[in-house]
Design a protein around this ligand. Structure first.
Ligand code: FES
Length: 117
């Protein structure tokens, strides 16, 4: 079972700068790689979300999927849907959540919280 990182305590996270917040406009997404983790960061109406760019069904590039209902992303391979806010799986064929990472803005810089372990 995957850990929902958005539920970890702040003390269990290491925030890593990934860019300037104003470079990620409303409706845009940014693909990054940190410590061999592929992550996609979204700006949805000024709120930032980050999830693993790896579908739990068959390792598809979920971050390239279409967004619907504000916070849902559909994997482009077989259509499994996940909640961008917490990585929770919302529909088959996936049955396992994907990691979601907290995002914060510090003095205009976007930072992603990664688990310390
Ligand atoms: S790889 Fe994502 S739904 Fe199959």
């Amino acid at each position: 079972m995957k850990i929902n990182y958005t539920l970890l305590n702040e003390e269990e996270l290491d925030y890593v700068e990934v860019g300037e917040a104003n470079e990620l406009g409303n409706g845009e997404r940014m693909f990054i790689s940190i410590d061999e983790k592929n992550i996609v960061v979204f700006n949805i109406a000024g709120r930032y979300f980050a999830i693993a760019d790896l579908c739990s069904h068959d390792e598809g590039p979920v971050g390239e999927g279409e967004i619907a209902n504000e916070f849902e992303i559909a994997c482009p391979r077989h259509g499994a849907r996940f909640d961008l806010r917490n990585g929770k799986v919302l529909s088959l064929p996936a049955i396992v959540d994907i990691p979601a990472y907290p995002v914060r803005v510090t003095e205009g810089r976007l930072e992603i919280g990664l688990p310390l372990n």
